[in-house]
Design a protein around this ligand. Structure first.
Ligand code: MG
Length: 342
């Protein structure tokens, strides 16, 4: 198997405001794995909080020797080898995992959702993200959400209640909120959550910093809305702690090294009756099509990443009035757009 890669930079339609700053671009990297006349595609997305860059991802990929494997019978064994090469680089690892699954599907004549045992008729709706913005900016983004019936509102600053009131003044759509570790005061957090329950909010993602398990446990015992772990739940082994502090987890391929581990996390989460959200970073339709293959197992999905960028590099996943539709194509069902790999 031959591994090659191509760095790429995502441009956002709108500057991307989060609790910790503003971003206008995100580095990503596409991987290609060739075997037996087929090519599998993968993607690593590297938002700053994961600590990866084009340089670190390339340095990692240069260490990977797939020639030692003869075929794709056991992706788990290949990913075990890839994972032990370094402690971190989860996005670079995910780019290999996604390309391996894409390749396996193409060689076996199957879509990846079949390899994962998912029923494509059970896909949920994806939320449409409303990033932190001015009142006018938020109103504009609510208009852009179009026929997506569920929104996800980014919070975590000093104007949270004003943001929610602005959203509620222009739409009655249900929404979830993502605090991105932004809240500091647990009493105030609980007060917010009670007010949000009145506003038809479905769940609250990552209220406190991931290290703050004390306030998280306090809040879980009192919250009238489900609390979902994102930054606190990166990999399979985090589920053991998260199940005590949260009602559910947000699985993202870039945190957990890809589909192989993500599927194991789905099974483990269900064993503990945890609610499941399948999310994404800022990603193209390559990685998001792979993640979408898992959504039939989830309660919710947040896979609007490709809709928030102006230079998607693949065609794959699509939405019908917000409902996720899996491509019938083989592998992850994503095809590179003309000119991306020249
Ligand atoms: Mg989040």
């Amino acid at each position: 198997m031959k591994l090659t890669w191509k760095p790429y930079t995502l441009q956002f339609k709108h500057p991307f405001r989060i609790a910790h700053g503003v971003r206008t671009t995100t580095p990503v990297l596409f991987t290609c794995i060739e075997y037996d006349g087929c090519i599998g595609y993968g993607e690593a997305s590297m938002p700053p909080y994961l600590g990866e860059t084009h340089e670190t991802a390339i340095a990692f990929l240069q260490k990977v020797n797939l020639k030692r494997f003869n075929g794709l019978q056991d992706i788990g064994a290949i990913m075990e080898y890839v994972d032990q090469l370094e402690n971190k680089n989860t996005a670079a690892k995910a780019s290999i995992d996604i390309a391996l699954h894409d390749l396996k599907g193409k060689l076996e004549g199957k879509p990846v959702y079949k390899i994962l045992g998912a029923d494509p008729s059970l896909t949920p709706y994806s939320s449409f993200t409303i990033g932190m913005d001015s009142e006018d900016g938020i109103r504009q983004k609510v208009i852009e959400s179009g026929d997506f019936p569920i929104l996800k509102i980014k919070l975590g600053g000093s104007e949270d209640m004003k943001i929610l009131e602005t959203v509620r003044a222009c739409t009655s759509k249900p929404f979830s909120v993502d605090v991105n570790e932004g809240w500091k005061d647990r009493e105030q957090a609980l007060d917010f959550i009670y007010r949000m329950k009145e506003m038809n909010v479905s769940f609250v993602e990552q209220p406190f910093e991931r290290s703050n398990t004390e306030d998280q446990a306090w809040l879980k015992a009192r919250s009238p809305l489900p609390l979902i772990a994102d930054e606190s739940c990166r990999r399979f082994e985090d589920i053991e702690s998260c199940r005590h502090f949260f009602h559910g987890i947000n699985i993202k391929l870039m945190k957990c090294t890809g589909l192989f581990e993500a599927k194991r996390m789905v099974v483990e989460a269900k064993k503990h009756q945890l609610l499941l959200l399948i999310g994404c970073m800022s990603e193209t339709s390559c990685a998001v099509s792979a993640a979408a293959s898992l959504t039939p197992f989830a309660n919710w999905a947040d896979l609007d990443g490709p809709l928030l960028i102006s230079n998607d590099a693949f065609d794959g996943i699509y939405f019908e009035k917000g409902k996720i539709r899996l491509s019938e194509g083989l592998g992850i069902g994503a095809i590179p757009r003309v000119g991306v790999f020249v």
